[in-house]
Write a protein that binds this ligand. Sequence first.
Ligand code: X2W
Length: 309
Amino acid sequence: KNFTPAILSTSAFSQTGGISVKCYSTRSTVIQLLNNIGSKREVEQYLKYFTSVSQQQFAVIKVGGAIITQQLPELASCLAFLYHVGLYPIVLHGTGPQINEILENEGIEPDYIDGIRITDGKTMSVVRKCFLEQNLKLVTALEKMGVHARPITGGVFQANYLDKEKYHLVGDISGVNKAPIEASIQAGALPILTSLAETPSGQILNVNADVAAGEIARVFEPLKIVYLNEKGGIINGNTGEKVSVINLDEEYEDLLKESWVKYGTKLKIKEIRELLMHLPRSSSVAIIDVNDLQKELFTDSGAGTLIRR
Ligand code: X2W
């Protein structure tokens, strides 16, 4: 189903140089965007492109848990901007650092294998609490900016145990229920998801948020797939430099042999490769800083790390 948001009507479009907004308070943000990030033509062109598909196919944005602690105002205003121009990204967030902080305060050393948290019963209660708290924090920050946002903390991911002996309460996603996400967008609310999953018998399982975001992107096939992290991309652990592009077809095997490609970074690259293998060849994933989101979406020059096949 194609759509043209009413707010992008032609007259309003030309009045503001390409973008019109629902609410006066964001008008200045729009003007600022036009001046700061790209030419009017560029921004206009991308807006048209994004509104040429159904709303749910615009973008999947994965938000690392650290961003909610460190950059919540920036995150909320970027998402509010998109909402106010009539774009509805599917947002999925993690909560890794918040879980670790609580565990460490309780004298428990966080334990991972290959970037996946070993989640026993005690840890799981911390995981659930953190997901709910961070979800509420993000939704509340958005609502304060006049955004209608819907917390979706369950009912999306069906899963089986990844390896009960090894990881305990960790899920391997077996299915995605699109309905709650579609219903949210149809109701005009940004869907804000956690990566918690559920087994057929109702056991809640922990899933890495990068992995879950990849599953969402796989089923929705959005125009843009963006991972926001606190480093603004993937950092080469040997040189300390940001990797600007990863061409998987040529570099993947060698990359996996690099000593710095381990834990969460390895998992992220592996999952993104898996995802891109299932999507049209032209698809790519951008891992960026939250402050580069508008630039990544509305200009030809990207930011952070671009992963493509
Ligand atoms: C992750 C879920 C949270 C997450 C965890 O427990 O840390 C597993 O590893 P970030 O902030 O995106 O890293 N789950 C199974 O991925 O959060």
